[in-house]
Ligand binder design. Sequence first.
Ligand code: AMP
Length: 782
Amino acid sequence: MDRGPDLLPALLGVLGAGAAYLPLEPSLPADRLAYMIEEAGARTVLADAGTAALLPDGVALRVDGPAAGPAGPLPEVHPDALAYVIFTSGSTGRPKGVGVSHRAIVNRLRWMQQTFPLTHADRVVQKTPIGFDVSVWELFWPLMAGAGLVVARPDGHKDSAYLASLITSQRITTLHFVPSMLAVFLEEPLLPETMRRVICSGEALGADLAGRFLERLPQTELHNLYGPTEAAVDVSWHACAPGEPSVPIGGPITNTRMEVLDARGERVPIGTPGELCLGGVQLARGYVNRPALTAERFVPDPYGPPGSRLYRTGDVARWLPGGEVEYLGRSDFQVKIRGQRVELGEIEAVLAAQPEVRAAVVTLRQERLVGYVVLDPDSEIDGAALAVRLRGRLPEHMVPGAWVVLESLPVTANGKLDRAALPAPGEQERERYVPPRDPFEARLAVLWEETLGVRAVSVHDDFFALGGHSLLALRLTMRLRKELGRDVALSSVLTAPTVALLAAELRRPQDNDGAPERIVPLRPAGDRTPIFLFHALGGQVFRYLPLTRHLGADQPVYAIQAAGLASGEEPHATLEEMVDDYVAHLLKIRPHGPYVLGGFCIGGNIALESARRLRAMGEQVPLVVLFYSDADEPVLRASLEDDAVLLMHALAGGPVQVELEDLHRMDPEERLLTVIDAAARADTLQPDTADLNQARRFVKVFRANAHAVGHYRHDPYDGDVLLFSPAENGAAPGDMGWSSVITGRLRISPILGDRFTVLYEPLVADAAAELRSSIDHGLTDG
Ligand code: AMP
């Protein structure tokens, strides 16, 4: 079942009957669900009206609405009996079910209540998907303690704005975050003050993130818990304090032991890395139905009483002098993707089983899975088609987002796979290497190599094809400014994305009138009706790059960036002023229509008003496209009014340099870069006031844009509009307030991920296709 009011009674019913539960998330591929049911030996499947149809006839027992209370006394259940089975990724190609006893999980829950006593005044939110064992404490701990339990809407755990408002409105006091989600959450401009404690686990908690948390939420405790599914959720705990250089995973909890052992199974001295092994009552019974695998990971405990076992985690760790343990990394190919455990070997095994695939390797590069495949010479399949097949077998987060087809896998001198030699996606298609042709190009090439972390940049290599993204472009322009001692516009990297082009651009004498570029030609060539895309809150236009790529080589695309980003320039104060200015620039590029206009967030509101202006001038605007734009209340964040909040954002996390929405999508490394960049600026008591000024300009633009477009009421508009709007839980996408504004045709197309994904890989491909076909064939009524 999806998360909802019937889920908890269903789980309580299972346990009350003396049975164990196996969580099945409806979003998983049917094949995987069937495998889990079979492997775990589940006898009965509880489903609701929405999910019963997914199962073969006769398998499902429907749970709808309130059920009757227990018919008689509860059965006796032995402490070592199974309480639940949770599947985790398996390195040999199939997931494995971890069977956990009542004794193990009860120890864990009682430790939690002893350590963080909940009272009737507390409220805990349940937001972790039930296939992940953190959900076990979220569900049962508040009930054991008589505290309140608030169930988040399905998928709510991915939406930090929703969570922030849920926490405030429901007065949540205790909740869990995986660190990567906590980092996103912390970017919310207004953080709830009701929280007494936040519990982190699932992946490494960085000292910078913990520090930022304690600074922004000094009244909230932050705890780092560690443990694998195989040891009943968590086995160690560390309470975070401000100013720690690193965040340990802490010391063992009640009835638990931690050992750091060398390859021979012997204890290593304090400070020496070894494999972290766990003992005590919380160890799982083993892997269901997999005795060999169980014997391999749950080994006899040389330091415990006879018959006791140790679980070998595969984590590398060391003891710190104070009796706590520090996590250092993995010893194998298990990775975490936003807290979710993934064995790269499982994905590789599924890939290798495809008939056209001769060999396959999967790696995690900057938070993104990359699939490397060697294909049969006559096969026609490509990465996109392989991804579709994988989606039928693996959970969505395990499907690689980038693909590289290789002639053969690179090997080391002794014939082993050479992972370090696997090319970055995109690197393969690099043009023939053309070395820098003069000292200036050489200087730029070095900056590119350092910014992108690649070797031997050819002067014709495209910055974005080499893995460049908005934040890296920002870093590059900041370095260029430092090196060259002059202002370099961020958009230069967009319009001149190779070393050769950029060198030529920067050699040109600087504009004498200092007039900044308002219109950025993302793709000036092509014979179709040009599309003009307007900036959103942050004022920049990087977000439209993937869309431009997918729209095709014959589709011209121009982007309009905000006033105020360049030095000496003021942002626009009103939407009318924006429209005056933008339309004037647009007419310079293309004096007559037709025009297609569009934008993300407030960019859509600006597009609609620009379309109205152009039509009033007698020009044709066959289509306006809105990506997640709101008709009623375009400004999503009331706290934009607050200078201090914004400025702190600018200095602490730098989110206003790129758009807030962009920051939400960054991986931890990018975030780190942002914070480093911002910290460098925050220290600018002595040098580099230029960069501080830049930061201030971004804040100013952001706020000005919010003010200019916020609270704007659109008059009726009788042209055609295509709206991309989020579709939650398979429900139809909402109209975002446009039905009452658009008197022409309005077509609403669902955004299947969260709202930002519509402009990013992989969903942007569908959005581009739909936009192209809407331009070609007009809107069908919808
Ligand atoms: P799971 O079974 O999904 O809970 O994943 C367990 C693994 O997640 C551990 O073996 C670690 O590699 C990692 N992990 C869990 N909690 C932490 C933490 N607090 N710090 C670092 N890694 C963690």
